[in-house]
Ligand binder design. Structure first.
Ligand SMILES: *Cc1c(COP(=O)(O)O)cnc(C)c1O
Length: 400
């Protein structure tokens, strides 16, 4: 086996726009890195205004990570200790962790082989003991938000959207993250906008964002620097704990010049994804699940299922792809994978989720940075399809 010379490095990020350099230089000059030092126009404050406008929400609060945003969202809902929060059994370990961190109990529901919430199981588990729902749009795959909102609205259960990996995705033309009561996004390096670390939560609920702002660390009267009606804060002054999960100005300076790049990144990411999906779907052994009809995706990775392969063939496939330079992560087969629910042993009474487990044992994950060109996509496709051929080649009987 020879390593193809043109295999793209799928872990290489896109350069940060040049405009970030001047903003960072100015911050280094002034030393003004804390979001609440300047009386106005701190980079974090400007980012919040720009992001809210871009996404179409009333309020935004920038914080240290999406996990912090999820934690603050749960706290800001004011749920009592041990409240049960329903979430998909296919997500990143940090998501159920944020529920535990907020002194609540994660309840997992099944996810289908299209990576989306299994609505039957969701409806079954959405009983009177559930106080809130987090929908993780895992790898940017949107669950049926019409059905989910109908079920949750009927029971007056608040929905938090974990849109960490969904920036730029729309549902019936509406931005993902704006459908539930709160939406949370990530600026970690593997997401559409890269600040190394960072997160932001959005909502139209003034009282909820006021509580989140205070708990994020707007101590004393720093909340006055947020464009939220001051009445909403007066009620909560000195009544909430401060978790200090603020974003610093340097992160905002790295994020802001990337916002205008989003449209291009989404367009290129989707075109790349769909092109590669078209090639992979030619194989009877590979399936890229269709998106839902209301959904317009914004992918920076591709997921596909291995179909009709036994365990040995699956191992041969992944070894062959890796030998040729494309590392395929099969969620359920890599050791200690943080997206496999059985590894979330910090949850007591971890349930078995047979559908989700079956999906995880055949679902493959390949990063697809939006900067890849057709030639590079073809190299990846050729390697994956070649690996399928190696894995599924009929074993010839001796002597024939
Ligand atoms: C990345 C990711 C997170 C965690 O985001 P951080 O900013 O790293 O905390 C949560 N949920 C999903 C679906 C993610 O993709």
């Amino acid at each position: 086996m020879s390593l193809s010379p043109n295999v793209p490095n799928v872990h290489e990020a896109e350069p940060i726009p040049e405009a970030a350099r001047d903003a960072i230089d100015a911050l280094l000059q002034s030393g003004d890195l804390f979001r609440y030092t300047a009386p106005q126009n701190a980079p974090v404050t400007l980012l919040e205004a720009e992001f809210a406008k871009l996404i179409g929400s009333k309020f935004a609060l920038a914080v240290s990570s999406c996990s912090a945003a999820l934690f603050l969202s749960i706290k800001a809902l004011g749920l009592p200790r041990d409240a049960r929060v329903l979430l998909p059994g296919f997500t990143f370990a940090a998501v159920p962790s944020s529920v535990l961190h907020a002194d609540c109990i994660p309840v997992l529901c099944e996810v289908g082989d299209n990576y989306r919430v299994d609505l039957d199981d969701f409806a079954n588990k959405l009983d009177d003991n559930i106080s809130a729902v987090i929908i993780s749009h895992m790898r940017g795959h949107t669950s049926d938000m019409d059905a989910i909102m109908d079920l949750c609205d009927a029971r007056d259960i608040p929905v938090i959207e974990d849109a960490a990996h969904s920036l730029g995705t729309t549902w019936s033309g509406r931005n993902i993250g704006t459908i539930g009561r709160v939406g949370c996004f990530s600026f970690q390096s593997y997401k559409m906008i890269n600040a190394g670390e960072g997160g932001i939560m959005i909502t139209d609920d003034a009282d909820l964002v006021a509580r989140a702002i205070i708990m994020s660390g707007a101590y004393e009267h720093n909340w006055k620097k947020h464009p939220v009606l001051h009445d909403a804060f007066a009620r909560w002054q000195n009544k909430l704990p401060l978790y200090n999960l603020r974003m610093n100005n340097l992160s905002a300076a790295v994020i802001r010049p990337q916002l205008p790049e989003l449209v291009r990144r989404v367009r290129d990411g989707l075109a790349n994804h769909d092109y590669l999906a078209g090639r992979l779907n030619m194989s009877e052994f590979l399936t890229v699940p269709d998106c839902l009809t209301q959904e317009q995706r914004a992918p920076d990775s591709i997921q596909f299922n291995l179909v009709g392969m036994d365990d040995a063939e699956v191992s041969t496939f992944s070894a062959a792809a890796e030998a040729h330079g494309v590392k395929v992560q099969i969620f359920g087969l890599s050791d200690d994978n943080a997206r496999a629910f059985w590894n979330w042993q910090f949850i007591s009474d971890l349930p078995e989720l047979p559908k989700t487990r079956a999906m995880l044992m055949r679902a493959c994950d390949v990063r697809l940075p939006v900067r890849l060109n057709r030639g590079e996509l073809d190299v990846i496709a050729d390697i994956l399809l070649g690996a399928v051929s190696e894995a599924t080649r009929p074993v010839r009987a001796y002597g024939t």
